[in-house]
Design a protein around this ligand. Structure first.
Ligand code: SF4
Ligand code: SF4
Ligand code: SF4
Length: 379
């Protein structure tokens, strides 16, 4: 197969993931693939499924090409090492076998480039966000991440579900906890657009089995629960938005900024960013108390606040209920209000992705995929 064809085929294969990989006019997505796969690796990746499968099953699929199982294992392990596909302990857990699957671009291949991303990759990633991937990543129905309020912006009057309470999420998680560097900020550093909020790069809190994988690979630094809570406090102080995985038992909580975060920077370009966030709160100003000091305006990462006639005004099309504006309002004029129709996130990681897939493909295609999977075919 001609090299260009194999990359185009791989783009279409990855586009079948829960979060797709759409083609663009500029072909920037092909450049992204070329950063991660050589033509031989791309051809092998065409045989991976969206759900993890044992090495032996993948080999049955490709052995017509004459490749030995040992060589296949070598190529797949190299791709895992490069962060191009999923594998290793993340999929095999405590079993002895080896499992692999294709990966989404985000959350996936992009995040796996932490501590080694190149300027060219970073450039292509943000270009791709602008040219099509943002529409794919952000979902009006169910998205991969949600926003929760910082704890100090909540009061006893709020009916806060445990899934909206960052400290509870950490305390209730079975552990371990680890922190890794922020790939978005590392990318922006390479593009000479360093974070305007902070020099801190360790801002991605990982939990449970993702933390284990990060610790095993040397990518993460272990934290006690107490240290993890301290990290949340630091994020609040600096003014970072908390974005956990969108479920009740998240495997990560990201501490994000409106200048670097791929999620926030891209959604900010939409006319009504709020439609893409599963947030249960929004900010409200008491005009009688507001002194027009503009502290909240600086603090808001979503450009949701303006000052009119010396009084702060919250644009509810942009407010994602992060609570950052509340804790620094010395006049006590800013508060978080609960939405009348709050949403309860999916139970866990697996139910989140099942829901995303069901919404993307519909019940009939999902059924066909399940049948294919049970017959050992790739999906
Ligand atoms: S989502 Fe937020 S914390 Fe996570 S990598 Fe991006 S900016 Fe960093
Ligand atoms: S920080 Fe408080 S007092 Fe200052 S402008 Fe904002 S709402 Fe008004
Ligand atoms: S106005 Fe801005 S800072 Fe305040 S809760 Fe909304 S998004 Fe967060």
């Amino acid at each position: 197969m001609a090299a260009q064809d194999v990359y185009q085929k791989l783009q279409r294969h990855l586009d079948k993931m829960p979060v797709g990989f759409p083609a663009t006019e500029s072909g920037v997505e092909i450049r992204i693939l070329k950063h991660l796969f050589n033509p031989e690796e791309a051809e092998i990746a065409l045989n991976l499924s969206a759900l993890s499968e044992p090495l032996e099953r993948i080999h049955r699929r490709v052995k017509g090409s004459g490749i030995s199982i040992e060589k296949l294992e070598q190529v797949l392990d190299r791709l895992v090492e490069k962060g191009a596909i999923m594998g290793g302990k993340m999929l095999s857990g405590k079993t002895n076998g080896k499992y692999y699957s294709k990966a989404q671009l985000a959350i996936g291949m992009f995040e796996f480039q932490v501590d080694r991303i190149t300027r060219e990759f970073a450039q292509d990633f943000f270009q791709y966000m602008d040219e099509g991937f943002a529409e794919e990543f952000h979902r009006k129905k169910t998205s991969q991440m949600r926003t929760i309020p910082i704890n100090r912006s909540l009061t006893p009057e709020h009916h806060v579900g445990n899934y909206d309470d960052a400290r509870q999420l950490i305390m209730n998680s079975s552990g371990p906890c680890a922190v890794i560097n922020c790939i978005c900020r590392q990318s922006k550093d390479l593009l000479d657009e360093p974070c305007k909020l902070s020099d801190i790069r360790e801002t991605c809190i990982t939990l449970q089995n993702i933390a284990e994988v990060c610790l095993d690979s040397g990518m993460g630094r272990a934290l006690t629960k107490y240290e993890t809570l301290e990290l949340l406090d630091r994020a609040e102080k600096v003014g970072m938005v908390l974005q956990p995985e969108n479920n009740q038992n998240p495997l990560f909580i990201c501490c994000c900024c409106g200048c670097c975060c791929g999620v926030l920077t891209s959604v900010k370009k939409f006319p009504r960013p709020v439609e893409y966030f599963h947030a249960n709160f929004f900010a409200e100003v008491d005009p009688d108390l507001c002194e027009g000091c503009e502290t909240c305006l600086e603090r808001c990462q979503m450009d949701a606040i303006s000052i009119m006639d010396s009084i702060a005004n919250v644009n509810l099309d942009r407010c994602i209920g992060c609570g950052l504006c509340v804790t620094t309002c010395e006049a006590n004029a800013m508060h978080l209000k609960e939405k009348e129709k709050g949403s309860v996130p999916p139970k866990d990681h697996d139910s989140l992705y099942k829901k995303i897939m069901m919404e993307r493909f519909g019940p009939w295609r999902m059924f066909k995929m399940m049948v294919n999977m049970s017959l050992g075919r790739k999906i």
